[in-house]
Design a protein. Structure first.
Length: 451
């Protein structure tokens, strides 16, 4: 009887071992047998900003190559050129402003059908003013016990200088990078929160200055410091390294980081033409996998110095590595010598930075309506419909699940979500935003269209 039991036990153990071995073999086969790529030669565009880092590092660390991709990265002259080249098929996709695919979908600017498969980062911008404008307000700013200016700085402190310039018929002029840029909406939000009207868009005013207390215009990011130094603009909102460049060149002072205007705002996205996604689903997932790996690598702070040295190269950002390092390695310099901790200035992976949330898209759409780029009131269903059309979290999830199968990601890092971040008051004016009720949010804002 005992022998029979032992034989039975032995058989059960062998069966269990064979089952485990079979499962492991299947998992190994799944890992080693990637889906056949429809296209392995891919061209992606970018603008020379530090937040192009996920694309650059995906290439430089070999993550694209790991997915069987040969990716060419091409720097673009400005955001309009980049957008047009994605839409007309000269490049397959790009490091894009979060507002560009959304603007293209609703007909603000060049129309097109672009899919967002990942958010590339949170935060990352700042508003810088010229030395002249800074000197006109610095004495009125509140100081801490050490005599340092308290941050964040409200735009309300610029009111005397703005009013004086307006009376002279020479309004204070700000630059931003593109009409549907995060920078445009952050600049306008900051001004409005300080009681300064940034102006409205209309069919007769494509610059969005109607009724404004200031003048706002477009300047490509790398040209911001020189444009301000020449006196053409008095300040600007831009990504890095162009705020820190102003400090290094002693031509201006950053007054507020974008994370203090809208905490953890989605910044750039990975945008691909919708027809590219439809024709090349496996290639799209492979691209997304490589980008996600790079984003995770970037948010290990010990990796940032290596990222800085790569980004500084001429084919990428092409700026001094010391300037790039200021914001990328956990600090940010405001007035000359006023260096402060800023570990959250660039967030690429942590806090679900990479996931394409519908609510992120809806916030930008509300700003388009607030300032008149969307020309008439829309129901809540409009905002959600556009967000679901453009943002493709299902692609992100498929890429992330494949990385889990590859042992490169933990399953816990995949958000369990309906596509909406929780309602938040993380804005400089503490007004609550809930992406599920966009019209109620618009009605709560102090300036601009309220429906």
């Amino acid at each position: 009887m005992r022998d029979t039991k032992l034989v039975g036990l032995y058989g059960s153990l062998v069966g269990a071992c064979l089952l485990v071995m079979g499962c492991n073999q299947k998992a190994q086969e799944a890992k080693q047998t990637p889906a056949v790529l429809e296209k392995d030669q891919v061209t992606l565009g970018f603008i020379k900003l530090t937040d192009c880092a996920p694309l650059v590092l995906a290439k430089e660390l070999g993550y694209f190559e790991d997915e069987g991709l040969n990716v060419t990265l091409q720097a673009q002259a400005n955001w309009k050129v980049l957008l047009d080249r994605v839409i007309d098929g000269q490049i397959d996709g790009a490091h894009m402003l979060a507002g560009q695919p959304l603007g293209a979908a609703v007909g603000v600017g060049t129309a097109g059908d672009i899919a967002v498969v990942a958010s590339l980062d949170l935060n990352g911008n700042a508003i810088t003013v010229s030395n002249k404008l800074w000197e006109s307000v610095a004495s009125s700013l509140p100081k801490d016990s050490a005599g340092k200016v308290k941050h964040p700085i409200s735009a309300s402190y610029l009111r005397p200088a703005i009013d004086a310039a307006k009376r002279k018929g020479t309004p204070v002029k700000f630059g931003m990078v593109f009409p549907v840029s995060t920078h445009n909406y952050q600049l306008r939000y900051w001004l409005a929160a300080g009681g300064i009207h940034p102006g409205l868009y209309s069919q007769a005013d494509i610059n969005g200055n109607t009724g404004g207390d200031v003048s706002i215009s477009v300047t490509p990011p790398p040209q911001m410091p020189a444009t301000m130094e020449s006196g053409t603009i008095d300040g600007y909102c831009v990504g890095e390294p162009w705020n820190q460049q102003a400090v290094t060149k002693s031509i201006g002072v950053p007054v507020i980081a974008s994370l203090d205007i809208a905490m953890d705002h989605a910044e750039k996205v990975l945008g691909l033409r919708a027809d590219f996604l439809q024709k090349n689903p496996n290639t799209t997932v492979a691209i997304t996998k490589a980008i996600l790996r790079a984003q995770k690598w970037l948010d290990t702070l010990a990796n940032r110095p290596k990222a800085v040295s790569i980004l500084a190269r001429g084919e990428y950002v092409g700026a001094d590595s010391a300037v790039i390092a200021h914001s990328m390695t956990g600090t940010f310099e405001y007035a000359k010598g006023d260096i402060r901790p800023a570990e959250d200035f660039n967030v690429f992976w942590n806090r679900q930075a990479s996931f394409p949330f519908y609510s992120d898209a809806i916030w930008y759409l509300t700003q388009m309506r607030r300032w008149g780029q969307i020309t008439e009131a829309k129901p809540d269903s409009f905002y959600l419909g556009i967000a679901r059309k453009v943002y493709r979290p299902e692609v992100w999830k498929k890429a992330a699940e494949a990385l889990v199968a590859d042992g490169l990601l933990n399953a816990s890092e995949i958000p369990s979500t309906d596509g909406f971040r929780p309602a938040t008051k993380g804005f400089i004016d503490a007004i609550a935003f809930d992406g599920k009720v966009p019209n109620a949010y618009l009605a709560s804002l102090p300036l601009g269209n309220k429906e």
